[in-house]
Design a protein around this ligand. Structure first.
Ligand SMILES: O=P(O)(O)OC[C@H]1O[C@@H](O)[C@H](O)[C@@H](O)[C@@H]1O
Length: 186
């Protein structure tokens, strides 16, 4: 079974112009390419990982066109998306915890493989585990990162399926593209 979902979130307060380009100039890199400052790892220009709240690893995406986004590896939760005006269009709850024990409440969370209460924890386990960076790329200056979550003994104990979830985050000036791809088999 494979399911794919692409969500493009418009920025109502952003400038009307978009930074997306049809130019074919593009490159792709894997893994850490530089240390920009103490504790910060750069995966591609505009794609860096550093310690966020509570010391949890946080990806920062910065486009030279003015948009910025923050994604925590814990839960692959997008907690911030700033448009070129500097306005942040996302928020987390004031009492959100960043301790790696409870899900980050707010931003754009993943409810998988269950929504709400049920046989496992509220909204499933995907927002309660660390995802990993599987790809990063830059197109015309706009950074993109892809996160991955795969089954392990922890997920199997609650949901006995083999799966791979890929989550691609691409913030532009006037919209943000979120692409989720799930492949699962019994
Ligand atoms: O508070 P949590 O566990 O992060 O869940 C997020 C939200 O999930 C929704 O389904 C509930 O209706 C909300 O009440 C809740 O705040």
């Amino acid at each position: 079974m494979a399911a794919s979902c692409t969500l493009t979130v418009p920025a109502p307060f952003a400038a009307a112009s978009s930074s997306s380009s049809t130019s074919a100039r593009r490159y792709r890199r894997f893994g850490v390419v530089a240390m920009a400052s103490v504790g910060q790892k750069v995966y591609a220009p505009g794609v860096a990982v550093s310690d966020g709240n509570g010391g949890l690893p946080k990806i920062s995406l910065k486009s030279p066109h003015g948009s910025e986004a923050e994604i925590y590896l814990f839960g692959a939760c997008v907690t911030s998306w700033k448009v070129p005006s500097g306005k942040d269009l996302l928020f987390v709850r004031p009492d959100a915890v960043f301790n790696g024990q409870k899900p980050i409440s707010g931003g754009i969370p993943h409810c998988f493989p269950q929504f709400g209460p049920g046989p496992m924890q509220q909204h499933g386990f995907a927002r309660n585990v660390n995802w990993s960076i599987t790809d990063s790329e830059v197109t015309e200056g706009d950074p993109t990162v892809t996160l991955e979550l795969k089954d392990d003994s922890y997920s199997r104990s609650m949901w006995d399926f083999s799966f791979q979830a890929l989550y691609k985050v691409k913030p532009w000036c006037s919209s943000m593209c979120l692409h989720a791809l799930l492949s699962a088999k019994s």
